[in-house]
Design a protein around this ligand. Structure first.
Ligand SMILES: N[C@@H](CCC[C@H](N)C(=O)O)C(=O)O
Length: 256
């Protein structure tokens, strides 16, 4: 079949977007999904996103990692909102449904603010924090992030978690409310340039472990700058917003 696609990126986390309101995309075919994501033989992306109709929400976002596994993606969610605006499904505000539940988002001057799920699954260990921010995240502070072997250590830690594994975020504190992050993503099985659910987990982990008292955190990542804000009530993180750019790159068609 001939497939029309759009390529988007959010702080360098890149996605193949497909308008599947006609329900013609064979989403049970993992081979096709991973072929689209393949950087040598396909279009190339960290993930594949389908936009579908939904009876109760403006749209449904379906996210697949490059290996075809299904989960939620924060930067992908922000790009899905930009794509839904391009498709004229929404204007500047939306409520949509995804793998982890309901999301609200707003667009202002090209910046997408995405409301994340409330975060109550947080486990603090001696050297790390685990949090579920829509998907699984391990967070660990390191001394020198520039020199840190993110791929090697990330893969080792990712595999130390039982199925479905965990994404792994290495963090360096810059000041009271700024944390630099590099992420190894499961499902991509590599370091990516940014991870939205990852920086959300970092912001919450740093607040939870008293590395910051701020509830507005700046997170420089390899592909740009993200921001996370939240309120904390009795250990539950609510009104969690992930904010950053989401941009169209190119469109095309491919035979699959
Ligand atoms: N890059 C994403 C996270 C994508 C999903 C992740 N690889 C997983 O399998 O949990 C983001 O921006 O949140």
């Amino acid at each position: 079949m001939n497939l029309n696609f759009y390529k988007y990126q959010g702080t360098g986390n890149d996605f193949v977007m497909i308008d599947n309101r006609t329900k013609t995309f064979p989403k049970e075919n993992i081979k096709i999904i991973s072929h689209l994501a393949d950087r040598h033989f396909g279009v190339g992306a960290d993930g594949i996103i389908l936009i579908e109709n939904d009876e109760q929400f403006d749209f449904k976002m379906i996210y697949f990692n490059a290996d075809g596994s299904e989960t939620f993606c924060g930067n992908g969610g922000r790009c899905a909102v930009a794509f839904a605006k391009y498709l004229e499904i929404i204007n500047t505000e939306t409520r949509f449904i995804a793998f982890d539940g309901e999301h609200f988002a707003a667009i202002k001057n090209g910046i997408i603010s995405l409301k994340m799920i409330d975060v109550d699954e947080i486990k603090v260990s001696e050297k790390s924090v685990f949090a579920n921010t829509g998907t699984q995240h391990h967070v660990e502070l390191v001394e020198d992030l520039n020199e840190y072997p993110v791929f090697e250590k990330g893969r080792e830690i990712r595999n130390s978690y039982k199925e479905p594994g965990s994404n792994v975020n290495f963090v360096q504190q810059i000041n009271e409310s700024t944390f630099r992050v590099r992420t190894y993503e499961k499902g991509v099985e590599d370091e990516t340039l940014a991870c939205g659910t990852g920086v959300t987990a970092v912001a919450i982990a740093m607040h939870k472990t008293n590395k910051t008292n701020s509830n507005l955190i700046s997170l420089p990542v390899e592909g740009g700058l993200l921001e996370v804000s939240f309120i904390e009530e009795y250990g539950v993180y609510k009104n969690v917003f992930l904010k950053g750019p989401a941009e169209f790159v190119f469109k095309g068609s491919i035979t699959v």
